[in-house]
Ligand binder design. Structure first.
Ligand SMILES: C[S@@+](CC[C@H](N)C(=O)[O-])C[C@H]1O[C@@H](n2cnc3c(N)ncnc32)[C@H](O)[C@@H]1O
Length: 308
């Protein structure tokens, strides 16, 4: 018989049986709530006042006052020192897009990878990872996998795993990819060097790690570090626009990003508020959703025979 017939269900009944489970901090409930056998939570207690003395920490309190316990991503982002928000640094305000595309996955998000963790070497602020803290606050059951030139391993814990990796190096990217199960990441965010070559190499090497229906974001498409040879690489924004419109690249594609096009369910462009205000540039952020229900005979197809 199917497992689910005998599945446990959190039944938070009117006589308060099992309320003790819900009165734990939200992070301690991750194993229960993400257990495949748990398919529902019954919340009779939504009609009652729950453990007011633990109001800020208890999961049940957050469910009872959803607006208080679960602020939208845009509001939450304003509390962190990241320019994904409305007032820090370049104020890109990508938070509104993450809100729009990811809010439905708030409690089911299991694994998110971000490439680029600090606000920049120039700010000499490399001991903090504000966007990691933001992701962890917004997705209470999510483990964040961080990739950066800087070693953040001293911050590793159950919900954060970091890799020192130069995203311009195919060897580094493959070393990281080899430790992560294929199709196990719900979201990948590239907010690293912003060089088109690096973005495309990383997309090629890490896209197989993304789960079906997962989202792959690349931020700050309008900013390129000096030194990129644009006769050898098409800017990522232009390349992905071509793939969106024609199904394949029309310009030079030395890293073979077009080979992934069949796995792209949709490619969406959104604006950076900063680039829009500064130079009327549209489409500073790209979001690529991975096609679902596909067989992947060659997860590494894009690696074969391509420049490295
Ligand atoms: C824009 S900041 C990241 C901001 C952060 N995600 C946030 O939202 O607050 C860029 C980060 O990318 C990292 N970085 C720059 N070049 C890199 C490369 N080639 N490989 C990996 N990380 C890189 C820098 O060390 C820096 O931490």
């Amino acid at each position: 018989m199917h497992d689910q017939v005998f599945s446990p269900m959190f039944f938070n009944s009117i006589d308060w049986t099992e309320t003790d489970r819900f009165e734990k901090p939200i992070t301690e409930l991750a194993d229960y709530l993400n257990d495949d056998r748990v398919f529902a939570i019954h919340l009779w207690t939504a009609r009652n006042e729950a453990a007011p003395h633990e109001k800020s920490a208890a999961f049940i309190a957050q469910l009872i006052s959803p607006l208080e316990g679960f602020p939208p991503f845009t509001t939450l982002a304003d509390k962190f020192n990241t320019d994904k928000n409305r007032h820090t640094g370049n104020r890109h305000c990508y938070a509104r897009i993450y809100d729009r595309l990811l809010s439905a996955r708030r409690l089911s998000m299991r694994r998110l990878m971000e490439i680029g963790l600090c606000r920049g070497l120039a700010e000499r602020n490399q001991t903090e990872t504000p966007s990691v803290a933001l992701w962890q606050s917004y997705f209470p059951f999510c483990q964040v996998i961080g990739v950066d030139l800087t070693d953040f391993s001293s911050l590793n814990n159950e919900r954060f795993r970091s890799f020192v990796c130069d995203q311009s190096s195919v060897e580094d990217l493959r070393r990281v990819a080899a430790t992560i199960e294929a199709r196990s990441l719900d979201v990948i965010v590239d907010d690293g060097s912003h060089a088109s070559y690096d973005e495309q190499l990383t997309l090629r090497e890490f896209f197989p790690l993304l789960a079906e229906d997962g989202w792959y974001f690349i931020e700050d498409l309008d900013w390129q570090p000096p030194g990129e040879d644009l006769t050898k690489i098409t800017p990522t924004k232009a390349l992905l626009r071509e793939i969106k419109e024609c199904g394949t690249a029309r310009s030079v594609d030395p890293l073979g990003v077009s080979a992934l096009a069949g796995q792209f369910a949709e490619i969406l462009f959104f604006d950076s508020h900063y680039e829009l205000d500064r130079a009327q540039l549209l489409g500073g952020l790209v979001a690529i959703r991975k096609r679902a229900n596909q067989s992947y005979p060659h997860d590494s197809v894009a690696r074969i025979g391509k420049a490295s």
